[in-house]
Design a protein around this ligand. Structure first.
Ligand code: KG4
Ligand code: ZN
Length: 459
């Protein structure tokens, strides 16, 4: 489901960028505070527990066996997982708000917040129990701090800080889209930087070049809706069962339809860039549905065979064009990326829509034509999950990017640094879109700019 940023947030949560763990005790104390336009990277005074944690021989911290709890609540899934730095997934728990989605046809922030609050303790508890561990066995807690819905992010962050504070654990703030991309490095051991990623979900449509951990170049993004939003609306208008979200329902129905029967036009053909647009395709689909008198109030399970056939044709035709748009943009993005980083070998496709078999097959074709390899995490790691957050936490922890444990008791009105609008990287010059600039007033500097500022400070 599309989770767009809705509210401003404060900036008390700090994303620290410390030097690599081997030199921690010494260089952390010598780190000077750095002010950026809106963010403050503070001096870090190593707590006793952390000094102890890292009072080992140089380089060993990076190789240390870590066990990290990951918490994800940025949109409509409440998820937690425990992952080892070896890549072993010790547990994975997801509580979905699918029933709420099916009832209301979208994510209502207040309701989603309540749903997260009701299950978060249980989800985290279950993740620990399934891993056969207690909080005391953890090395750190990682949590999504953006982008997403503030009200929802807050539930996960509060819980993560509670666990980290009570058990004196370091805490790591994670970028949701970076987590979607990096989980591919858990499943594909050979995936080294630099690589490309297409991240396709309910709220995002991103093409990026991943130079390094925390360093991304944005080749393209959507100027309006993301592809997942188009799948969800099409499913709703076709009267499909939304309990597993719209995407899987369209994928299944499309198998019965004729994908050539309706000639929807491919979005943004005349724009020779890597940006996306799905709002126009949504309108084309809505008009096609109206002109064929499809009645969404009649569920597909009760439709006549002609009616079912008609709906399947629309689903298949929509999917074909929605994915052709991805194919075309990926082809161009690969050309751009190889000019910048000729050593690229992989395109990662992740995010909820990447669990679609048709999407995977079509993109595999594009990637092979360009002599690259496609990496798609398994479906349970493509849709929102805690594993990707825990894994991104592990990657950051290994290079010393984490916060010290929060206080054991934090006041109820403590203001967290949540980043509902948080770009992953800077835009590639060729990909800039005037059309988008009005909608994307930035609230937070990109992850990449924060990391680069911090690295410059250290050098
Ligand atoms: O990444 P994700 O779980 O949550 C967000 O960050 O948005 O993605 C959810 C989106 C929804 O729009 C859902 O309909 C779509 O992923 N999705 C699919 C499939 N499974 C999930 N879209 C197409 N085909 C699927 N099999
Ligand atoms: Zn997501």
């Amino acid at each position: 489901m599309a989770c767009r940023s809705m509210a401003l947030s404060s900036k008390l949560w700090r994303l620290n960028h410390h030097p690599k763990p081997p030199s921690l005790p010494l260089s952390l104390t010598s780190l000077r505070p750095l002010r950026t336009s809106t963010s403050f990277l503070p001096t870090f005074s190593p707590l006793n527990s952390l000094s102890a944690r890292f009072s080992m021989s140089p380089n060993s911290a990076a190789k240390q066996d870590l066990v990290v709890l990951g918490i994800e609540t940025s949109c409509d899934d409440t998820a937690a997982a425990v992952v080892r730095s070896s890549g072993e997934i010790l547990s994975q728990v997801v509580s979905s708000q699918a029933d709420l989605l099916a009832r209301y046809g979208g994510v209502a922030p207040k309701m989603a917040e309540e749903a997260h609050s009701q299950v978060i303790d249980q989800v985290v508890q279950e993740a620990l129990e399934k891993a056969n561990l207690s909080e005391r066995d953890l090395s750190a807690v990682a949590v999504t701090i953006g982008p997403g819905l503030s009200l929802c992010l807050r539930v996960g962050v509060r819980k993560a800080r509670k666990v980290a504070g009570t058990f004196n654990l370091p805490i790591i703030g994670v970028h949701h889209m970076e987590a979607h991309a990096l989980v591919a490095r858990l499943t594909e051991q050979d995936l080294q930087f630099p690589f490309m990623a297409l991240l396709i979900s309910g709220g995002h449509n991103l093409l990026i070049l991943a130079h390094d951990l925390g360093q991304y170049l944005q080749l393209g993004t959507t100027i309006d809706d993301a592809i997942g939003e188009a799948y969800d609306k099409t499913a709703k208008w076709l009267g499909l069962d939304m309990r597993r979200s719209g995407g899987p329902a369209i994928e299944e129905l499309a198998l019965e339809g004729d994908a050539e029967s309706i000639k929807f036009s491919i979005p943004m053909k005349q724009h020779k860039d890597c940006n996306f647009s799905y709002a126009g395709l949504k309108t084309q689909v809505r008009l096609a549905i109206e002109s064929r008198n499809v009645n969404a109030a009649i569920p597909i399970s009760s439709a006549s065979s002609d009616d079912r056939r008609c709906r399947a044709d629309i689903a298949a035709s929509f999917q074909r064009v929605a994915v052709l748009h991805l194919e075309e943009r990926c082809h161009r993005a690969i050309e751009w990326a190889l000019k910048i980083e000729p050593s690229i070998k992989y395109l990662v496709v992740s995010g909820g829509v990447a669990s679609n078999k048709y999407v995977r097959a079509r993109l595999d074709h594009v990637v092979k034509k360009n002599n690259l390899h496609l990496v798609c995490p398994p479906p349970s790691l493509c849709t929102d999950n805690g594993v990707m957050v825990a894994w991104t936490g592990i990657e950051q922890f290994r290079v010393g990017r984490f916060d010290p444990p929060p206080p054991a008791e934090e006041p109820e009105d403590f203001v967290y640094d949540l980043r509902p609008r948080w770009p992953l990287g800077e835009e590639h010059a060729e990909g800039r879109s005037e059309a988008r600039s009005l909608r994307t007033a930035r609230i937070h500097p990109s992850l990449t700019s924060l990391v680069q500022a911090s690295l410059q400070q250290q050098s």
